[in-house]
Design a binder for this molecule. Structure first.
Ligand SMILES: [Ca+2]
Length: 317
């Protein structure tokens, strides 16, 4: 499958030459941030790992440590994220979401709703290897109720593939009975069905549900559930419809209104830059009144903005 990312592997790549450029950019007083961001956003993550290895070979120092010593703020966070291998980055985000002060449910929701079953299995294994802890136990210890149960379902990475034609109507009816038709809500039915069907199956169920009830699935979830469970169910439904559209919306709301949720902005721009940023940009333009490029331009500044715009990769007028 051709990448729909904006960041691609550079041709004529020479890891040692790049390591020299970075070393020069950090030498002496001050830092040449522009050289650093231009170089690193024009290399794939795999190439950045080769640069990191070449840097250690040439200078006997850790590139990420040196970058951390020279950079600061959101720009530093973004550059360090770019230097981290994708799976390790997901694992680190989840660890920080659980082990930081409080729990960052937003990160748990985003990663577990948007990654494929296979990716989730790899994340669980990598988490175990990195921290010698069980991700399911750690998440379970920090969350509760139906929110926790749906996270645990998603952590199994066992969604079947394809469409079970025989159960489309039954699923739609079960969801209708569990919510709109019922006094109160049978949350268990929502999490069992939405957590255990493939995206293509769910899209058909949403169509059947619309025909049956006259409501979009999202409308009913908003009416019938609340809090973190509602956020997670909505993320699962949106990702089943379209992962790029889900991320376009996530990016939009990270910047909309007063202030910017830089953690979310950085996380999404980095994790999707080699995956589906072109599709996210197209959905962004379709869903909102401006382009992703123009919104980043208006909401951020300095080298941080420059680097984000490189990852965005172009404007969509
Ligand atoms: Ca109800």
């Amino acid at each position: 499958m051709a990448s729909r990312g904006t960041v691609k592997a550079a041709g004529g790549f020479n890891a040692s030459a790049d390591a020299e450029v970075l070393s020069k950019a950090m030498k002496g007083l001050g830092t040449d941030e522009d050289s650093i961001l231009q170089l690193l956003t024009a290399r794939s993550n795999a190439q950045r790992q080769e640069i990191k290895a070449a840097y250690k070979t040439l200078f006997g120092k850790d590139l990420i440590d040196d970058l951390k010593g020279e950079l600061g703020g959101n720009f530093e966070t973004l550059i360090v994220a770019l230097m981290t291998p994708p799976k390790e980055y997901d694992v680190t985000l989840l660890r920080n979401a659980i082990k930081g002060a409080g729990t960052d449910e937003k990160v748990l929701v985003e990663i577990l709703a948007s990654r494929s079953p296979q990716q989730v299995k790899e994340i669980v294994a990598a988490y175990k290897k990195e921290y010698d802890d069980d991700l399911e136990e750690d998440i379970g210890g920090d969350t509760s109720g139906h929110f926790k149960r749906l996270l645990v379902i998603l952590l199994q990475g066992n969604r079947p593939q394809g469409i079970q034609h025989g159960s489309l109507d039954a699923d739609a009816q079960a969801l209708f009975k569990a919510g709109e038709v019922k006094y109160g809500t049978d949350e268990q039915s929502f999490i069992t069905i939405l957590g255990n069907r493939s995206a293509e199956h769910l899209r058909k169920v949403f169509d059947a549900y619309m025909k049956l009830s006259g409501y979009e699935m999202e409308e009913s979830i908003k009416r019938e559930t609340s809090g973190n469970l509602r956020d997670l169910l909505l993320a699962v439904v949106k990702c089943a419809r379209s992962v790029p559209a889900y991320f376009a919306e996530t990016l939009y709301y990270s910047m909309k209104g007063m202030g910017t949720d830089d953690d979310t902005l950085i996380r999404v721009m980095v994790t999707r830059s080699e995956v589906d940023m072109l599709d996210i940009r197209a959905d962004f333009r379709r869903l909102f009144a401006c382009s992703l490029h123009s919104m980043i331009k208006g909401d951020t500044g300095g080298d941080y903005r420059k680097a984000l715009l490189m990852l965005c990769g172009g404007d969509d007028a």
